[in-house]
Design a protein around this ligand. Sequence first.
Ligand SMILES: [Zn+2]
Length: 427
Amino acid sequence: MEVIERPVDRVARLRRLELVVETDDEAAGCPSCGVLAVGHGRREHFAADAPCFGVSTIIRWRKRVWRCPEPACPTVTFSEQHPFVPARANLTARAVVWATDALEHDDTTVAALARHLGVDWHTCWDAVEREAARRLARPGRLAGIRALGVDEHVWRPSKVGAKDRAVTGVVDLTRDEHGNLHARLLDVVVGRSGTAYAAWLQQQTREFVDGIEHASLDPFRGYANAIRDELPDSVAVLDAFHVVRLGTQVVDEVRRRVQQDTLGHRGFKDDPLYRIRGLLCRGAEHLNDRQLAKLNRCLHAGDPSWEVTIAWHAYQQLRATYQASDPAAGRRLAEELIATLPTCPVPEVARLGRTLRSWQTHVLARFATAEIGAGRISNGGTEAVNLLIEKVRRLAHGFRTFEHYRLRILLTAAGTRRYRPRPRLDP
Ligand SMILES: [Zn+2]
């Protein structure tokens, strides 16, 4: 019996698909003198296209070469041009859009895309880099922003002590007309200081600066100064995400201290406080009956002086201020906390109280407007952007150059992806 190979098998057998293409251009004028050129044969130009039928696809473009017949003209021969494969390009315009879109919307890497395209890493990235820079330069990307957030993170954890280890990210926290938040990363600059943030703000246009109504910040003085100096007309607000994180840090510190005081060693897997280290940092409203029972049981066993329990309650109250039904109720709760926490007998909780008191204006500013007021948990933005950044860094196994890192996280966290805002405050 004769086996007839189907076209699909033939493609699968190939390592790559090669498409031979030609244009139907019949005539061309010399780019120097405009005289009608005469044909001078063809030259092949190979370029990787977006993958097709599950294999890498190569365009073999049989490019026309033209010759200028005018003897006095400096141009002797020239080859035809087409926007689909720009001059000397290794990738077709379609392949560049395909790869850049994948980095923007999917969780993938340059190495994976290069493999699909059948080109090496640098060939892929060089083309994507230009396209990414072009997308980020789009006018209107920074238009209409009313709420601005700022956050710092370490982009190169392995470079201990390096000056450019920490970077400052600027986040758009503007809500749409329905009150939904689709946070996006606007830019990232080297340094973890108010100077870095202020320098970025100084580079922005007058319209941008004047449009900012609210600027949120984490409890780091430098950012507050930058907002005061560079965004004088905006209301500075302490970001809920960072306030709540201060709360979980306190719970954690008290747990570890009590663990040492009572058992004389750091937490082991059967120690009651160690067993609930995760549960302690969750919002009480997210705990089911079984988890609450475990929390009670372990606190009863491991917290004889009630210190962890007190810290946990303070943390829950802190969360509650951001979940109050209306801004006025949230403000009352916050004022109460600021008044009472500094006198708490648990030193870590008292310290949190003093921190909140020193930031009183910025903590309470949140409740002054309905826009970002209580009942609207607005820490989701900073958190969602941080998660995306973290994911990119893990996928890429780190980055060597800041410029590459910047483009990659700006592409991913540009706000073009759809994500569901997370209705929780856990940092
Ligand atoms: Zn000519």
